[in-house]
Unconditional design. Structure first.
Ligand code: MD3
Ligand code: FE
Length: 229
């Protein structure tokens, strides 16, 4: 069994420590940041958000193809490549608000990510994207640049482990750094890393701890500041 804790999975071969690490300036990985109870509570909330007021869906890319990842948004609705108040590609409703507990979690994420008690001051994410990956889903290398603000992005992972690829700010190619993101892991992307290319080449099906309440797949939540009115 692969155990998502600070000692990593036994499939590491050895018990490699999983400790906080800055993989690039402003890009910090904090393994096992969320406890199992917190993860389970978040999974339950995500199940509700997936149903409505705007249903979770695979977004359609401008070329006509659908993303393999399914997404439901809070605060603002995102579709490639813009934010809108109403979900015009998904029934036309207004998405749920970003709850206060999530804003608070985002602030604490910056404090713990940057080891700076003031890092969360003034951070008020006005949108969150909840992505669901089934066993086959992946996300190609891209930049998140539909936001007009450069505040950090806070990323939380729950469920199956994934291979996360963090690239550079110039183009979608090498050099990049591959990192395994496990259930409960926090990643913060700020400063010079905010507009770096990144993607998810694959998930590792069957690696999730069923105690999260997610029996299959992977959830990723990203909190962002859109800079929109
Ligand atoms: C680096 N999600 O929703 S989270 C996305 O796991 C997205 O679902 C991936 O990329 C996922 O746009 C990766 C890590 C992440 C999120 C946003 C970033 C890394 C980032 C924004 C800027 C730089
Ligand atoms: Fe992204």
């Amino acid at each position: 069994m692969k155990v998502p804790n600070r000692l990593g999975g036994i499939m590491n071969g050895m018990l490699l420590p999983r400790e906080r690490s800055e993989i690039a300036p402003g890009a910090v990985h904090v393994p096992a940041w969320l406890g199992i109870e917190r993860q389970r509570a978040i999974v339950e909330e995500c199940r509700r958000w997936a149903v409505g007021p705007v249903p979770m869906r695979s977004a359609r890319l401008p070329g006509g193809r659908q993303m393999s990842v399914k997404t439901v948004c809070l605060g603002w609705h995102w579709q490639p490549y813009k934010y809108t108040r109403t979900a015009d590609d998904a029934g036309g409703g207004r998405v749920a608000q970003v709850p206060d507990w999530m804003i608070e979690l985002g602030r604490q994420a910056l404090v713990d990510g940057y080891l700076d008690p003031a890092a969360g001051d003034g951070y008020t994410p006005d949108t969150a994207l909840i992505n669901y990956y089934d066993d086959a889903a992946k996300m190609g290398m891209h930049q998140d640049k539909d936001e007009k603000a450069s505040d950090p992005v806070v990323s939380l992972s729950i469920g199956d482990t994934c291979l996360f690829r963090f690239g550079n700010t110039e183009n979608r190619n090498k050099p990049y750094t591959d990192v395994e993101l496990m259930s409960g892991d926090l990643f913060v992307f700020g400063g010079p890393s905010r507009f770096a290319y990144h993607g998810v080449p694959k998930t590792l099906p069957g690696t999730a701890d069923p105690q999260t309440g997610l029996s299959q797949g992977r959830i990723n939540i990203t909190m962002r500041v859109t800079g929109m009115e």
